[in-house]
Write a protein that binds this ligand. Structure first.
Ligand SMILES: *[C@@H]1O[C@H](CO)[C@@H](O)[C@H](O)[C@H]1NC(C)=O
Ligand SMILES: *[C@@H]1O[C@H](CO)[C@@H](O)[C@H](O)[C@H]1NC(C)=O
Length: 333
């Protein structure tokens, strides 16, 4: 019997043993030769991947294939039935186009929760305390700076507003509690008492009006693009601090820069940007904001967990014709 074929899009960095044990033993693994989107589409058309039934893809493989949009989905190998994405957010993939072509998509939930929520907490503290200015001053040989930085604020007693109460939001809530913050949240549907851990459910508007710190923890899709823009900044509690580890485009970056300039937003902590790797010059020029370059899951432990999770999806697809963690849009399929 011939083994089924799987396509590896991107690099495997940590879980080599798991890959050998779970995938290499049950499938032929092939990798594209293409180094660009045009070459990849050509390679698909050439029939080189015609035997492929499932693919494993990394976030970084976008550098070769480009977005998995309608055009790319149309070009994907004709027998491909499963696309296993190694990441929590899957905004690089047009799920509706995949559904139309009969392709099942999986992502990697929960494995990312701790490291992303840790980054979130780091950004909350950094933005509240204004640590960037002083860290830079020290490196430039001025210790606290020739004029010391403005005093920061404590997290204790502050209200944390979480927009999007999925795994990361709930993990953050627990961490924030250890710092003396109380959490309120908005999610499209209210959570069960047990899941919400006692956090108060408020309307979207109420969340903006009454939170001292607003954390964005929702996925990016057509409905959430620019969910935070000028109109929203205008009704926020003056002096609010905003942190984002989700996706840059859930917030209008230009409007954020303006709100920071006006002082409506006191500071922000960002891990993600609208046009990565480009960062808005208004953010770069602002010494007070805390900026990190998409480091949310950038740890050995989490990257390993994510690879293992994605491998489990791929193995299940090959062996059982079923994904372990299908994306939300395909939960009922
Ligand atoms: C941090 O502060 C320094 C010194 O004020 C500034 O030059 C730098 O741009 C700031 N960094 C960020 C990422 O805002
Ligand atoms: C948050 O709302 C979304 C959309 O209605 C829902 O799918 C999700 O399950 C909710 N989150 C939780 C943890 O209940």
């Amino acid at each position: 019997m011939t083994k089924p074929t799987v396509l590896l899009l991107g690099e495997l960095d940590h879980a080599h043993k798991q890959w050998q044990d779970s995938i290499a033993s049950i499938a032929n693994v092939i990798e594209p030769k293409a180094r660009s989107r045009a070459e990849f589409i050509e390679e698909c058309k050439s029939g080189a991947f015609d035997s492929v039934i499932a693919a494993y893809r990394t976030f970084m493989s976008v550098a070769i294939t480009g977005l998995i949009d309608e055009e790319l989905v149309a070009a994907l190998p004709k027998n491909l039935k499963f696309l296993c994405h190694n990441g929590a957010g899957y905004d690089q993939i047009d799920v509706q186009a995949c559904i139309a072509k009969g392709i099942r998509v999986s992502n990697v939930p929960t494995a990312v929760d701790d490291s992303t929520a840790d980054t979130n907490m780091f950004l909350i503290l950094g933005a509240l305390r204004g640590f960037n200015t002083s860290m830079m001053a020290l490196r430039e040989g001025h210790f606290k700076g020739s004029t010391p930085p403005p005093l920061g604020h404590d997290p204790q007693g502050k209200v944390l507003g979480i927009l999007g109460m999925g795994g990361i939001g709930r993990n953050l809530m627990k961490k924030a509690a250890a710092f003396g913050m109380t959490t309120q949240y908005y999610n499209r549907s209210k959570l069960s008492e047990e899941l919400s851990g006692g956090a108060k459910y408020v309307s979207f508007e109420e969340l903006l009006k009454t939170s001292d710190v607003l954390s964005l923890n929702l996925p990016l899709n057509k409905q959430t693009r620019h969910i935070i823009s000028t109109k929203e900044f205008e009704i926020m509690k003056p002096g609010i601090v905003i942190v984002n580890t989700a996706r840059g485009a859930v917030m209008d970056e230009d409007a954020l820069v303006k709100a920071l300039e006006k002082g409506q937003v006191w500071s922000c902590g960002l891990d993600v940007y609208e046009e990565e790797p480009k960062v808005h010059p208004g953010l770069i020029a602002n010494p007070h904001v805390m900026l990190v370059p998409h480091m949310g899951t950038w740890t050995v432990e989490t990257q390993t967990k994510m690879e293992v999770w994605c491998i489990n999806n791929l193995r299940s697809a090959v062996e059982k014709g079923k994904l372990v963690s299908p994306v939300f849009e395909q939960k009922d399929m």
